[in-house]
Ligand binder design. Sequence first.
Ligand SMILES: *Cc1c(COP(=O)(O)O)cnc(C)c1O
Length: 334
Amino acid sequence: MTAFGSVFMPEMALTRFDGEQWSNFEMVASDSISLHPGAHVLHYASTCFEGLKAFRHSDGSVKIFRMDCNIDRFDQSTELLALPSIDREQTRTMIMEVVKRFASEVPEVPGSLYIRPTHIGTEPAIGKAAAPSSTSLQYVLVSPVGDYFAGGADTTLRLLLEEDGLRCSPHMGRIKSGGNYASALFPTLAAKRDLQVDQILFCPNGDVQETGAANFLLIDGDTLITKALDDSFLHGITRNSILTLARDLGMTVEERQLSVDELLERSQKPGCEAALSGTAAVLTPVGTLLHQGREYQVGNGKAGATTSKLRTALNDIQWGLAEDKHDWLTSVSS
Ligand SMILES: *Cc1c(COP(=O)(O)O)cnc(C)c1O
């Protein structure tokens, strides 16, 4: 099996900002771009990206999930990194056109076409450590992906609760930007190696936040608890979708601070469940929490029924098996 995101369609949509305007986008080969070695992005990390999916329905049509939310977040990441403003309409067209171009190659569900819009600062100016790039490049790359749960939907994750370190600088948390992943990598590798965990759940000062690339949700009976939105972490669109579906199912959703103490105490209850949410993994059950050398099983340590119900509710909409009540799908006409 090939790793998630390592196969690409041969073309992508690309546009350049020359300091004054965006070029009309073009479809170009997806295996290379040319950059000056002094390009701003390579030195000062002026880069942001998005991740969204297109799904094939049984009638053959192809639908993109919550595209406008991803464009909003892309626009915001761009602004917070002082990159040239994107042309939202053109970005939308680029996503639609590249998906249309490869519509016949969108895998059957549970597979999908993963879409990766990217925006980087290209100005060759190594003196600009404290100044923005005046030029930039934007492209939309697509990658067919299979079932993330091919390993079995019953495997659960083991997470280290980290109270001292941060995933990234707090004012960068809501930006989907390369530097934030680089910042979480070293501690995550050390925890994987030394403690055999899958991920670190960052809990700065005892406040449960998120992992390196997914949001954290605690499910206690009919109540779903997750950190309220602030600048310090990524505002996941899957998180938002799951909270919406939980409310639709009559659950109580609490967006608030969740302390490590409360998390550990609640997780000991038999019916308790925990999960990570994100576009790639949808909702992945968490079975074990590691804190200060002690292991805590979440509920019975297995994938929970409510986690599975919520994941199914989301997949049913994405896959065209349930009504799209919230208008989350955009049709790609071929
Ligand atoms: C992308 C990402 C998420 C999940 O966001 P989705 O919009 O649900 O895919 C959560 N945390 C981090 C750090 C991320 O990069």
